[in-house]
Ligand binder design. Structure first.
Ligand SMILES: O=P(O)(O)O[C@@H]1[C@@H](OP(=O)(O)O)[C@H](OP(=O)(O)O)[C@H](O)[C@H](OP(=O)(O)O)[C@H]1OP(=O)(O)O
Ligand SMILES: Nc1ncnc2c1ncn2[C@@H]1O[C@H](COP(=O)(O)OP(=O)(O)OP(=O)(O)O)[C@@H](O)[C@H]1O
Length: 488
């Protein structure tokens, strides 16, 4: 990228979250991720260019030195900080403004620092030689996949109903989303194919900010926040159909919509479970302790035909779950330790640096959280290590997975078809090369912890007030088998 020859016409709006706005290059497979600030700060940027540069460098360091070691290098693309001409950034901001969703416009793109994070465009993968059919990329923000231990929570409901399912009630009550999603992260992280299939079907039905589909780098399926309408599933099926026309080893143009959707979900489940040659060990403790099933999930436990096999030990979901589970105390158990650290920093402000509260996110930081004593010995080191662990777990609870499905080239498919005809008489899944990456691995600020506690309390009390009635028995059998199809 020639930084002195940047032209806003080479870039287009790609997407955004709460903290950053992403533009993609029109020709090369890369994106720029720019910081956002609250709109009221637009006249006076809240930090200097040097601070913005440091913030983005911290993101790179946290991703490459800390999260990469916990999640596995093969899933991580940390990118690099780039300095951009200010005029380019200003023009870019004007260019993308009209494409931004209204509900994200309470924040503005940073046009002052000229700093951005340059990353590979994970929606334009080049795993194989280019094929005629564009790759499909599926972005899933899975959220927290386990229930907290009863030891640390004050409300029993937290050990029965997962945070995501409770949060849905709060989000609908506050108008963030019009409809509740029946996706449950504990089903996705179960490692049980039926439960995972079920979870993904509910992500498709009500994607919110947890599910998007890209085709050839373009977003073709996502929720529009605040909109009354469900996303257009017929349009999604229309896009997916050409990828899933093979049944019984034959091209079949009469494949039903249901079959297309089932095949799509099956390929996605396979990609999420793919172990990349690992030993296939399983997450045992979460299941055994009863922390892997949420009572609000509408998946009927009795439908599990085969016991859960757990997640393969180097699958992307396993690595994310293990990292999330560094939160061993729940926010309620962690908060007193946070207060202890806060008090210590008030008494000894210089300790902030030694304890690496705002980084640097280097090997020493990783060591601090990995070598945390098993028991609370009352030391500030213990408290800091638990806070660091909690923050890392927060990042893992808020990251997204990008699964790339690249159709095999026709030549490869022909060869594969010959061998698979010998092996599989009745079903040949579509041939894709799959890969998974993890995105949005920013460090969560130390002082975001009190907000976590307040939000936790609001979510639980809202759930107990409005939605606390758990589904009774094996309910919604019908719902868990039926997706709403409209004639195409
Ligand atoms: O607190 P949560 O679980 O609602 O997560 C926030 C996300 O909300 P979600 O529930 O996924 O819609 C929220 O996502 P949205 O803005 O709702 O798309 C952010 O990811 C936020 O992270 P940050 O403060 O921008 O670093 C997330 O905040 P953190 O708690 O991870 O800091
Ligand atoms: N490397 C990438 N390649 C392709 N698309 C990307 C990449 N990074 C981000 N995106 C897209 O941009 C969107 C916003 O990015 P990201 O999730 O990093 O923003 P954020 O502001 O940190 O989100 P959050 O709301 O979770 O804080 C993502 O949902 C994804 O669709």
């Amino acid at each position: 990228m020639e930084l002195d020859k940047m032209d806003e016409n080479d870039w287009k709006y790609h997407g955004e979250g709460n903290k950053s706005l992403v533009v993609s290059h029109v020709q090369h497979p890369r994106v720029l991720r720019l910081l956002k600030y609250p709109a009221e700060d637009s006249e006076n940027p809240p930090q200097t260019a040097e601070q913005a540069y440091r913030q983005i460098q911290n993101i790179v360091d946290f991703s490459s030195n800390v999260m990469s070691s916990l999640l596995g290098e093969k899933f991580i693309h940390s990118g690099e900080v780039v300095k951009l001409p200010l005029e380019f950034v200003r023009q870019l901001s004007i260019k993308v403004q009209h494409q931004r969703p209204a509900w994200r416009c309470d924040k503005v793109m940073d046009i002052y620092s000229g700093c951005a994070l340059c990353l590979p465009n994970l929606t334009s993968p080049a795993l194989h030689q280019p094929t005629h059919t564009p790759p499909l990329c599926i972005e899933i923000k899975p959220k927290c996949g386990f229930l907290p231990s009863p030891k640390h929570v004050s409300k029993d409901i937290k050990t029965k109903v997962c945070r995501y399912c409770m949060h849905q009630h709060y989000k609908v009550a506050n108008g963030k989303w019009k409809r509740r999603s029946f996706y449950c992260p504990l089903d996705l992280f179960s490692g049980n194919r039926q439960r995972m299939h079920f979870a993904i079907r509910h992500l498709i039905e009500e994607p919110q900010n947890n599910f998007k589909v890209f085709k050839g780098g373009q977003c073709i399926y996502s929720s529009k926040e605040g909109s009354d309408e469900s996303p257009d599933m017929n349009s999604l099926l229309h896009h997916l159909r050409p990828y899933f026309l093979h049944t019984n080893n034959r091209m079949n143009s009469h494949v039903t919509s249901k079959a297309v959707l089932n095949d799509f979900i099956q390929v996605l489940v396979n990609a999420l479970l793919s172990s990349g040659g690992g030993d296939g060990g399983v997450v045992a403790d979460r299941q055994a302790e009863g922390r892997g099933f949420c009572e609000a999930s509408i998946f009927n436990k009795e439908r599990i035909r085969h016991g859960s096999r757990g997640l393969p030990s180097d699958s992307v979901l396993f690595r994310i779950l293990q990292t999330q589970m560094l939160d061993t105390l729940d926010i309620e158990g962690l908060f007193p330790l946070y207060r202890q650290v806060e008090q210590h920093l008030q008494d000894f402000p210089k300790e902030r640096t030694r304890l690496q509260i705002e980084g640097p996110y280097n090997e020493a930081f990783l060591e601090k959280l990995q070598k945390c004593p098993a028991e609370d010995d009352g030391s500030v080191e213990y408290a800091v290590a638990k806070v660091h662990q909690y923050r890392v777990a927060m990042t893992a609870k808020d990251c997204s997975i990008m699964v790339a499905l690249v159709p095999s080239s026709e030549e490869e498919e022909d060869n594969e078809s010959l061998s698979s005809q010998r092996q599989l008489r009745d079903f040949r899944p579509p041939a894709f090369s799959c890969s998974a990456s993890i995105l949005d691995l920013d460090p969560k600020p130390f002082d975001s912890i009190p907000r976590q506690l307040r939000l936790d309390q609001k979510i639980v009390s809202c759930y107990l007030r409005t939605g606390g009635a758990l589904p009774k028995g094996p309910v919604r059998e019908k719902e868990d088998c039926t997706l709403l199809f409209h004639p195409m």
